[in-house]
Design a protein around this ligand. Structure first.
Ligand code: NDP
Length: 400
C-alpha cells in the first residue's frame, strides 16, 4: 500500500489514473497534479466513487523545481509518476532528489529547442540517485517500456544470447480524420520528422526520415507499410542486451498521414524555430498543434487494433532461434473501459505497473535504470492482469 503523485493530466495520465484507481489494493492515495487543475478535478470527479483510492488534486508548474518540491513535501508520496512532457523530466528528477522520493517516467528528456532525445541527461543523475538511495525508473510506457521488458524476458527465458531485435509498432486504428496524431502532436511530429537511425555493431547508422520502408503481415491485423525510425529504447537496449548486433525500430504509417506530413513540412509548419507573426513570436509546430484535433478527442472515433512487439533472433543451446513477443490492443475496447484509445492505453497501463513495482519494493535499487535492467517476470505477469496480455510466437515472419 502506498501513495503516488501523478504529474500531468493528458491522454496517458488519464489511463494511468484509471488503472491506479482499479488497483486500489496497492494505491491507497493518489494526487493528480498538472498545469490545468480543472482537468485533474474532472478526472477525480469521474473516478472517486468507483475506487477505495483516496484522490486529491493540485496545480503545479513542473518547470519549476520549488513548486514541485513544495507539492511533494505537502503530499509526501512514495513515488512520483511523471506523465507530463519530456521537457519536464530533469526538473521533476531534481525535485524527487531534493525530497527523497522515487521517480518513474515514460519518455526521455528532450530540450525544448532541439528535437533530439537522448538518455545522457538523465543517466547523468545516476550517482546522485545512488547516493540518495532512490530508484529512478526510466521509460515505463510501451515503447520504451514494455519493449524493454519483452527483451529482458526473452533473454531470461528463451535465449542464451540475443543478436537481433526488431521492434514493430503497428497502429491500424482509423479515426476518420485525414490527419491527426494519436498522442501529443508536438512530440509525435518531432519524432517522425527527425532522421531515422538504427544501431548496428556498436554504431549508429543514420537514414533520411522515412527512408527505409518494409511491409509486414501483423498478427490479427494484416499487411501494413512500416518505416524505420530512431527510437529511444534503441540506445539503452544496445548497451543492456549482451551479444546484440543490431536493433531497429519500425512504425506503421498510412498514406494519408505521410502525405499530409510531407506537405506540412514543405510549407514550414513542422518547424520548431520561432518566427515573428503579427508582432508576436510563435513556434510553427506549436501553432499546428493548436489547430489539429486534440488526441483525447479521438477515443470515441477510433476503430481497429494496435499490435506492438519485438522479434528476437539469437541462440539457444548453440542453435539459432526466432521468437516474436507482442500485444494486440483494441481501440474500442480501451475506450469502453477507460474512455481513451489504445495508444494512450498501451502507455498508461505500463506506467501504472512500473510505478506499482517501484512503490511496493519489487523493483527497488538505488540509481537511475532503464526498464530492461529489472527482473521482467513480475511486470510480464502484471501486463496480463491489467489489460495488456501478450503472446509469444515461435518462428515468426522476419523483417528483411
Ligand atoms: P498530453 O499532452 O496529452 O499530456 C501532457 C500533460 O502534461 C498535460 O496534462 C499538460 O498540461 C501537462 N503539462 C505540460 N507541461 C506542464 C508543466 N510545465 N507543468 C505541469 N503539467 C504540465 O501528452 P500525453 O499524455 O500524450 O503524453 C504524456 C507523456 O507520455 C509524454 O512524455 C509522452 O512523450 C509520453 N509517451 C510515451 C509513450 C511510450 O510508449 N513510452 C507513448 C506515448 C506518450 P495541460 O493539460 O495544461 O496541457
Amino acid at each position: 500500500m502506498g501513495k503516488i503523485l501523478v504529474i500531468g493530466c493528458g491522454g496517458v495520465a488519464s489511463v494511468a489514473v484509471h488503472k491506479i484507481c482499479q488497483n486500489d489494493e496497492e494505491f491507497q492515495e493518489l494526487c493528480i497534479a498538472s498545469r490545468t487543475v480543472a482537468k485533474c478535478n474532472a478526472l477525480k470527479e469521474k473516478l472517486q466513487n468507483t475506487t477505495k483510492t483516496k484522490i486529491t488534486t493540485a496545480k503545479v508548474d513542473a518547470n519549476n523545481v520549488a513548486d514541485l518540491v513544495k507539492l511533494i513535501n505537502e503530499f509526501k508520496p512514495d513515488v512520483v509518476l511523471n506523465l507530463a512532457l519530456p521537457y519536464q523530466d530533469l526538473k521533476i528528477m531534481d525535485a524527487c532528489l531534493e525530497t527523497g522520493v522515487h521517480y518513474i517516467d515514460t519518455a526521455n528528456y528532450e530540450p525544448e529547442d532541439t528535437a533530439k532525445f537522448e538518455y545522457k541527461w538523465q543517466w547523468a543523475y545516476r550517482e546522485r540517485y545512488q547516493k540518495a538511495g532512490l530508484t529512478a525508473l526510466l521509460g515505463s510506457g510501451f515503447d520504451p517500456g514494455v519493449t524493454g521488458v519483452f527483451s529482458a524476458y526473452a533473454l531470461k527465458h528463451y535465449f542464451d544470447e540475443i543478436n537481433y531485435i526488431d521492434i514493430l509498432d503497428c497502429n491500424a486504428g482509423d479515426h476518420g480524420y485525414p490527419f491527426a496524431t494519436n498522442f501529443n502532436p508536438e512530440i509525435n511530429i518531432r519524432e517522425v520528422s527527425a532522421k531515422g537511425s538504427y544501431w548496428e555493431n556498436g554504431k549508429w547508422i543514420e537514414t533520411e526520415p522515412m527512408e527505409i520502408k518494409r511491409v509486414y503481415n501483423f498478427p490479427e491485423i494484416g499487411e501494413k507499410d512500416m518505416y524505420l525510425l530512431h527510437h529511444e529504447e534503441l540506445e539503452s537496449l544496445g548497451l543492456n542486451i549482451p551479444g546484440i548486433k543490431r536493433i531497429r525500430f519500425f512504425m506503421t504509417f498510412g498514406k494519408s498521414y505521410l502525405t499530409h506530413l510531407k506537405c506540412l513540412e514543405n510549407v514550414g509548419m513542422t518547424s520548431i524555430k520561432p518566427i515573428m507573426y503579427e508582432g508576436k513570436e510563435i513556434v510553427p509546430l506549436q501553432f499546428l498543434k493548436a489547430v489539429l484535433p486534440d488526441p483525447s478527442s479521438l477515443g470515441p472515433r477510433t476503430k481497429g487494433k494496435t499490435n506492438i512487439g519485438c522479434i528476437f533472433t539469437g541462440k539457444k543451446d548453440g542453435k539459432e532461434r526466432n521468437i516474436y513477443i507482442y500485444n494486440v490492443c483494441d481501440h474500442q475496447e480501451c475506450y469502453k473501459e477507460v474512455g481513451s484509445q489504445a495508444v494512450a492505453y498501451t502507455t498508461g497501463v505500463p506506467a501504472m505497473i512500473g510505478a506499482m513495482l517501484v512503490m511496493n519494493g519489487t523493483w527497488r535499487k538505488a540509481g537511475v535504470y532503464n526498464i530492461e535492467e529489472f527482473n521482467p517476470d513480475p511486470f510480464m505477469e502484471a501486463l496480463n492482469k491489467w489489460g495488456l496480455p501478450w503472446k509469444v510466437s515461435e518462428n515468426p515472419e522476419l523483417v528483411p
